[in-house]
Design a protein around this ligand. Structure first.
Ligand SMILES: *[C@@H]1O[C@H](CO)[C@@H](O)[C@H](O)[C@H]1NC(C)=O
Ligand SMILES: *[C@@H]1O[C@H](CO)[C@@H](O)[C@H](O)[C@H]1NC(C)=O
Ligand SMILES: *[C@@H]1O[C@H](CO)[C@@H](O)[C@H](O)[C@H]1NC(C)=O
Length: 301
């Protein structure tokens, strides 16, 4: 394991010099999924080096704390749909139109969150047929407003690929996403063989840090990745992907990863966890998802 430290240190040089990446954004974890520490919300925007350019929060409306933050673009998400779809109603479309009317600058919207995944894991779990119908009704019309649409963000598994195929089958030519959000998982080999090697949760700290640094470098380098957000904006003791991936310690201080993500330097604050490790022991495996969401690919955005 020792060599990881050196590799991480070397890679960090690249990370720091690339720290003005306009691609980097924040994946905001809604309070219901994370015991709430109101003061944590400000860490991401007030850090002296912070240069995060955009965020999403799994919802259609902005996070209140960021509404007045200049240059921090909100990207709404059409998270999911009730069983059978929204009968007659178009709440997502209405919400976006209302925000546009009020002067919001919405340039991109994200489609369904892990529609092929299990509801218990925080995934939307909607049948491809329902998703196709809702996409046509509530997302496609947003193209008239010049908004770019992100395809449904499936889990990085064979089920995800199959779900997407079904989705486009049911769309029958009426769904035209502009870019493809990608969730990286330990098992997702299609995106890049490198990620499978590094992108596991519940790893020791040097391994996790190494994976982080290398992934960021790849995301910054690859021109077909136009934006990305790291899944880690929470405290280590409430992480469902292992304490070491978290950007905050259990006390709310920036970990090394948290600081690097904001363009800062190593803090030597160690992430600890009791909750996550207990849960791990109990359930044996928790969802493997770690590395990050998103993005890019069908066209530049
Ligand atoms: C809207 O946001 C985009 C991306 O951040 C930016 O390029 C564009 O200039 C903004 N438009 C307005 C009218 O502010
Ligand atoms: C798919 O679209 C084609 C061309 O618009 C149309 O002829 C066909 O009936 C559609 N199929 C279904 C199942 O809706
Ligand atoms: C994105 O770009 C990288 C590096 O140029 C390439 O290896 C990869 O295959 C591309 N991926 C897609 C989905 O186009």
């Amino acid at each position: 394991m020792a060599p990881f430290r050196y590799v991480a240190a070397a890679a960090l040089v690249t990370l720091v010099t690339a720290s003005s990446s306009s691609k980097r954004g924040l994946c905001v974890i809604p309070p219901r999924d994370n015991p709430y520490h109101a003061e944590d919300e400000n860490v991401w925007t007030t850090h002296p080096h912070s240069h995060l350019n955009w965020y999403y929060n799994y919802e259609s409306t902005p996070t209140r704390a960021y509404e007045c933050t200049y240059d921090f673009e909100f990207v709404p998400m059409f998270w999911g749909a009730p069983e059978g779809g929204f009968i007659g109603a178009t709440p997502f479309l209405d919400s976006i139109r209302q925000q546009l009317k009020a002067g919001a600058n919405i340039t991109h919207v994200l489609g369904f969150n892990e529609p092929d995944g299990l509801f218990e894991d925080g995934a939307a779990n909607i049948p491809a047929q329902v998703a196709a119908k809702e996409w046509t009704r509530q997302l496609e019309p947003l193209k008239h407003h010049g908004i770019k649409l992100g395809a449904p963000a499936v889990t990085g598994t064979p089920d995800g690929t199959m779900w997407l195929q079904d989705f486009f089958y049911y769309c029958n030519g009426t769904c035209s996403p502009d870019f493809l959000p990608v969730h990286f998982y330990g098992s997702f080999e299609a995106m890049a063989s490198k990620v499978t090697e590094w992108g596991y949760s519940h790893q020791d700290l040097p391994t996790t840090q190494h994976a982080f640094v290398e992934s960021i470098r790849m995301f910054d380098d690859w021109r077909n990745i136009t934006r990305y957000a790291y899944f880690g904006a929470f405290r280590s003791d409430t992480s469902n992907v292992g304490a070491n991936s978290a950007m905050l310690t259990e006390k709310g201080e920036l970990t090394d990863i948290g600081s690097w993500y904001l363009g800062g330097s190593r803090t030597n604050k160690m992430p600890h966890s009791s909750w996550a490790e207990n849960l791990k022991a109990k359930m044996n495996t928790i969802r493997l998802g770690v590395f990050v969401a998103l993005v890019g690919v069908l066209v530049d955005w």
